[in-house]
Ligand binder design. Structure first.
Ligand SMILES: *[C@@H]1O[C@H](CO)[C@@H](O)[C@H](O)[C@H]1NC(C)=O
Ligand SMILES: *[C@@H]1O[C@H](CO)[C@@H](O)[C@H](O)[C@H]1NC(C)=O
Length: 444
């Protein structure tokens, strides 16, 4: 499994070249057998070949440590069959008339069991669009939370296919069964610090997975319009605030940011070559009910309730870190408006027939809050005092602050963030306590 993945990551390995050389060597060997001096030279060559093979092998073995894909995709997949196709078709059915593109949309949502994908799928379904989800349910964070989201989606009529965006056969099948008008692509390896542990999963999901998806979209007939999740992290070490879409984004501070930046470049090339309509959304620290447990506000809540200390990072010169926290409902509105305003893809069957839109939008809240302020709000809503360990931020990918300029999204999408951090965290805490069945009295 691991070796197979490496083959996919590095399709033309030096090893293959050596195997071909070894075949050529065999033929040469027969011809030159008579000459002992030639044979001596060939023996030397053979030894050199063995040594280089062994060193290559040890390189690959060391590499295995880096290319740990165990958190990327569970091994067993079940898709296909008549029953499965029926579920997909029913889920994709549009149940409304009117709307952005005239008759409602039929949308493939990748990462549908993830935080943003889940909320966007629900919102689209609620207004009568057809929605088919796709998610690989990987174990980057507690998969039971993803399954709970999936079960809620199922209740409102959204079927989530258990599969990976890297599975080109599955994608071709999905486009075969449904003529999707839009793809909303949220599947990604998230998190900044996890890249230290598992860098390959970022390349696998955010680069290879994205290309596999774009290949399927460009070949589809009709081609769907694509709205996808980039990230505010592309602004990296910029210190001109607020962050505007026209700012340079060439100083990423993490591998995560670098793969999202790569995604913006990759989608641009597909827009240019194949006429795919592309909208990239730079999300600013999205939070809220059903959020991601790896994010600070979530783990702070857990630790504060359990009486465990929390680690609060502080920047150089004792400056507090600040984030432009954006409430999920605002993000959902921005995503849905992006879908409604996305122009059509122009190509079909892999051929471009004219220019298609390529858009990038910031979706933020425009009012950064420092991490100590965030902790204060949580303490108030949880009615528990936090035990704080304040430490200097290690240089592992976090940027000191983010702050969105959303005037482009306001002008073109009618985007207007409406929930401040206090109101949003209040709703998050309410959800957290009920989801985890937390009893304030017993502390269990
Ligand atoms: C691979 O990653 C998983 C999940 O992060 C971890 O549990 C496992 O120990 C890692 N394996 C190796 C060989 O590093
Ligand atoms: C915000 O972005 C808009 C459009 O992208 C730009 O014209 C404007 O100058 C920016 N505002 C600030 C304060 O940077």
């Amino acid at each position: 499994m691991r070796l197979l993945m490496e083959e996919e990551l590095f399709p033309s390995t030096p090893g293959k070249v050596k195997i071909e050389r070894a075949h050529a060597f065999n033929r040469q060997f027969n011809r030159c057998f008579a000459s002992t001096s030639t044979m001596f030279l060939w023996t030397l060559f053979l030894i050199a070949l063995t040594v280089s093979y062994l060193s290559f092998k040890s390189f690959v073995d060391t590499g295995t440590h880096y290319f740990n894909l165990s958190a990327v995709s569970p091994s067993s997949r079940a898709w296909g069959g008549l029953q499965w196709e029926k579920h997909v078709r029913t889920s994709a059915q549009i149940r409304r008339s009117g709307g952005g593109s005239g008759g409602g949309a039929s949308v493939l949502v990748t990462g549908a069991a993830g935080f943003v994908g889940f909320h966007v799928s629900l919102a689209l379904r609620k207004r009568g669009d057809g929605v088919v989800g796709l998610d690989n349910f990987n174990s980057y964070y507690d998969p039971s939370l993803k399954r709970a989201r999936r079960d809620l989606l199922a209740k409102s009529g959204v079927f989530v296919v258990d599969g990976d965006v890297n599975d080109a056969r599955l994608l071709a099948k999905l486009f075969d069964v449904v003529a999707f008008t839009h793809v909303m692509h949220f599947a990604a390896q998230a998190g900044v610090r996890y890249a230290i542990e598992n860098p390959a999963s970022y390349v696998h999901s955010n680069v290879a997975g994205l290309v596999t998806l774009l290949e399927a979209c460009k070949s589809a007939d009709p081609q769907p319009a694509i709205v996808w999740a980039s990230s505010s992290s592309v602004y990296g070490l910029n210190d001109k605030v607020p962050f505007s879409e026209s700012d340079k984004t060439d100083r990423p501070a993490s591998l995560y940011a670098a793969t999202k930046k790569a995604g913006e470049a990759i989608t641009h090339s597909y827009n240019h070559i194949y006429g795919l309509s592309i909208t990239g959304l730079r999300f600013f620290t999205v939070y809220g009910p059903w959020g991601r447990p790896d994010m600070a506000y979530f783990s702070f809540t857990r630790n504060i309730l359990q009486g465990k200390p929390i680690t609060v990072y502080r920047g150089k010169d004792k400056r507090d870190l600040a984030r432009d926290f954006t409430y999920i409902d605002d993000i959902v509105k921005g995503c849905v408006a992006s879908l409604d305003t996305a122009g059509r893809s122009t190509g079909s069957g892999g051929k471009k027939r004219g220019a298609a839109p390529y858009r990038i939008f910031n979706l933020g809240n425009t009012s950064p809050v420092t991490v100590p302020e965030l902790v204060g709000i949580l303490e108030r809503h949880l009615k528990v005092k936090a035990k704080k360990n304040v430490v200097e931020m290690p240089g592992n990918g976090d940027v000191p602050f983010t702050h969105a300029n959303v005037s482009r999204a306001r002008a073109q999408l009618g985007y207007k963030p409406a929930t401040d951090l206090d109101a949003g965290l209040k709703r998050f805490v309410k959800w957290y306590l009920s989801y985890y069945g937390y009893n304030r009295k017993t502390g269990m």
